[in-house]
Design a protein. Structure first.
Lengths: 512, 181
């Protein structure tokens, strides 16, 4: 039996469907789960809010890619706009636009989840699942000799400071080092969900509905009876009037930290008030630096190296790790607050510009609340992030580290993202960074990793799903995505979500 | 405060521009205010193309088309507040609409929003700045000026040829895990 991926143009009439398992979202969680459940002979339907795009569409046009492949057309942010939220919203979810970095969940994080939240996940238990996923997705180390000049900055700079820097593992097969991961891989080198697990799922009979937004899970007692969805016209992103209703035996929300939290709130499934609380964002600060030689960071695998020297910084301090972003012009320009001739002079140096980013590991300190997701009166999603002094301290320390790495790699100037950028040209200038105010409203911050909001745990009062990822209060509802993480990870999250879904598929198949 | 913007719009004349393509979301007046804003943030000096030439306001209008109603109306409110002479007078002592000010005066207004103590203004600046700079720097005419060569021809050729390491949908056999750049 072969399934299909139906899109807006195929969906002209209302449909009433039934199946064993209805999965909401086709990203890292939903696609792996769909393939695994279908392989066990289950009848699976996947509903995806975003459109279906592939290499024919991935032409490297930033404006087009951000508006078609990202949530809110790339403009999603916290309510006060202090943090831009980059999240994929397309068939394949964020795996279609991520930068391919793969890490297994750190053992220290898993053990923390076990001791503090009653999670049952361990390195031993997840290992076979990671191995299976890594094999399917071609996850392997990206050799240093293939690193682009922006990653060489991180390699060389970190090493000359005596900091450990490692090649990243990436889910690519036949990667041509184009540099366009974030805009959809133009050569299908990236092994995103749309061309791997979701493709496997479809060939095993799974029916996928793209441009189909689930607005509500309807309940009777402690069971979901139907999944109510509206078909969206991709030209307007508004409901076309066509409705899809699915009556499954079991429902899995795999809509991501933002999507799953919002779905539970829209469906009024929030008996203990924990849905949408404690989202973790891995807040990112990035500092562009200018070099005497060409960097051309818009070409070549954007993320190929990482430095975790400062992930454990001692009690009370927030850890962070260093990586690199792609350097296409729209992303770089919109990350500045520059205007006029100052912005013109800055941007014309793009070919000689490098950038190192620091990713903050949030959610591990006592005082943190992270982000809270709520619904506005008109139904739109609102995200507010509770910043702490520890964030500001980490932003400062990380920015100084980035400047030191860049200087050590030969940078002429490092620019902060403040309204009046602070420019560091030599070691002595770092004092300027020490003195400056860092944090929200001071400089640009973004997130590409959203986690939490439907935390797993064994206490039904303080968590949303149990250790098996079944909802505490709704028997036939599971959540399988990064939203179940009780904290952030301190590593890029995609492989943690793939592995989690692969592991959870066994229990979910048994629960049908 | 947003109500002041509405009042101001009706009282003074906005400097009008003519859109190059039919508008989908913004009125001609809102389009004109946005054009004045774009021209201020992106003056088009040093050999850069002008914001008008790159059709920034037209591009933003098109981008807003598929945004939520709430996002559209908030963006329109920000434009109205910025243009409002009444709000401008109350807040900064100016008596003309934003679009009627000189380039230097317009810049002073935007800069005051950029570093305002009141968060509403900083947030509004950020929203406008993000849309304007993103639209401008994603335009091929601008890429030429900043030395970004764009997508290499060989990438496009490979993309369109459809050759790659992955099996077609009819063959779900996992690909071999070899890095072959």
């Amino acid at each position: 039996m072969t399934g299909h991926i139906a899109t807006f143009s195929d969906l002209r009439e209302n449909q009433d469907l039934s199946c064993d398992v209805c999965i909401i979202g086709s990203g890292a969680g939903g696609s792996v789960l769909a393939a695994q459940l279908a392989a066990r002979g289950l009848n699976v339907i996947v509903l995806e809010e975003g459109g279906h795009y592939g290499r024919a569409d991935f032409d490297g046009d930033e404006a087009k890619a951000y508006s078609s492949l990202y949530r809110a057309r790339g403009t999603f942010a916290t309510a006060d706009l202090t943090m831009t939220i980059l999240q994929g919203r397309t068939v394949g979810g964020s795996t279609t636009v991520n930068w391919t970095s793969c890490f297994r969940t750190p053992d220290s994080i898993l053990s923390r989840w076990r001791s503090q939240h009653g999670s049952v996940l361990s390195t031993e238990q997840l290992a076979p699942h990671w191995e299976a996923v890594e094999k399917r997705l071609g996850v392997q180390e990206w050799p240093e000799k293939l690193a682009n000049p922006n990653n060489k900055v991180l390699y060389d700079g970190a090493r000359s400071l005596g900091w450990k820097v490692n090649p990243l593992r990436r889910n690519v097969v036949g990667c041509m080092n184009t540099g366009y991961c974030g805009l959809g891989c133009p050569v299908d080198g990236k092994q995103g969900m749309a061309i791997t697990y979701l493709r496997d799922a479809v060939s095993t009979g799974v029916r996928v509905f793209a441009n189909t937004r689930v607005h509500k899970l309807r309940r009777q007692g402690n069971r979901v009876t139907s999944v109510e969805a509206q078909v969206l016209d991709p030209r307007t992103e508004r409901p076309s009037g066509v409705e899809i209703r699915v009556q499954p035996k079991l429902v899995v929300s795999s809509a991501g930290a933002v999507g799953s939290s919002a779905l539970l709130l829209r469906s009024d499934i929030n008996p203990n008030g924990q849905a949408g609380k404690r989202l973790w964002m891995h807040p990112v600060v990035g500092l562009p630096a200018l070099y005497p030689h060409k960097i051309e960071g818009y070409y070549g695998a954007p993320q190929a190296s990482s430095c975790h020297e400062f992930i454990e910084r001692g009690p009370g301090k927030m850890g962070w790790f260093l990586e690199t972003p792609p350097m296409q012009p729209m992303l770089i320009a919109s990350a500045t607050k520059g205007v006029g001739e100052e912005l013109e002079s800055f941007m014309e140096r793009l070919p000689n510009m490098g950038c190192v980013i620091a990713i903050l590991r949030d959610g591990l300190l006592e005082e943190e609340e992270g982000a809270t997701l709520t619904l506005r009166r008109d139904g739109r999603i609102r995200v507010d992030y509770a910043w702490t002094d520890a964030h500001n301290e980490a932003f400062r320390a990380a920015s100084i580290a980035i400047a030191r790495v860049s200087l050590a790699a030969g940078a002429l100037e490092i620019h902060s993202g403040h309204i009046e950028p602070i420019v560091v040209r030599k070691e002595a200038d770092l004092e300027l960074f020490e003195q400056a105010a860092w944090g929200p409203h001071q400089h640009g911050i973004f997130t590409a990793h959203q986690m939490g909001g439907c935390a797993m745990g064994n206490d039904p009062e303080t968590s949303v799903v149990g250790p098996s990822l079944r909802h505490h209060h709704v028997d036939n509802l599971f959540v399988v995505d990064g939203s179940v993480f009780p904290s952030s990870l301190g590593v890029n999250p995609s492989l943690s979500i793939y592995g989690l879904a692969h592991w959870a598929s066994e229990g979910i198949a048994d629960a049908v | 405060m947003l109500a002041l913007g509405g009042v101001g719009l009706s009282m003074r004349q906005t400097r009008m521009f003519t859109p190059q393509v039919p508008l989908q979301v913004l009125s001609e007046r809102e389009y004109s205010i946005l054009s004045s804003v774009a021209e201020t943030i992106l003056p088009g000096t040093q050999g850069y193309p002008s914001a008008r030439k790159v059709q920034i306001a037209e591009r933003i209008d098109a981008a807003l088309f598929a945004c939520d109603d709430g996002v559209q109306s908030e963006f329109k409110q920000v434009l109205a507040l910025l243009e409002s002479a009444v709000a401008g007078f109350v807040l900064a002592g100016r008596s003309a609409p934003f679009s009627r000010l000189s380039a230097a005066e317009r810049w002073k207004v935007l800069d005051s929003w950029r570093s305002a103590r009141v968060r509403l203004f900083r947030t509004a600046f950020k929203a406008i700045h993000g849309l304007v700079t993103a639209s401008y720097y994603s335009a091929p005419q601008v890429h030429k000026r900043i030395g970004y060569p764009g997508v290499p021809e060989w990438v496009t050729a490979v993309r369109l040829a459809g050759v790659g390491a992955n099996p077609p949908p009819s063959d779900p056999t996992p690909p071999s895990a070899e890095v072959t750049p």
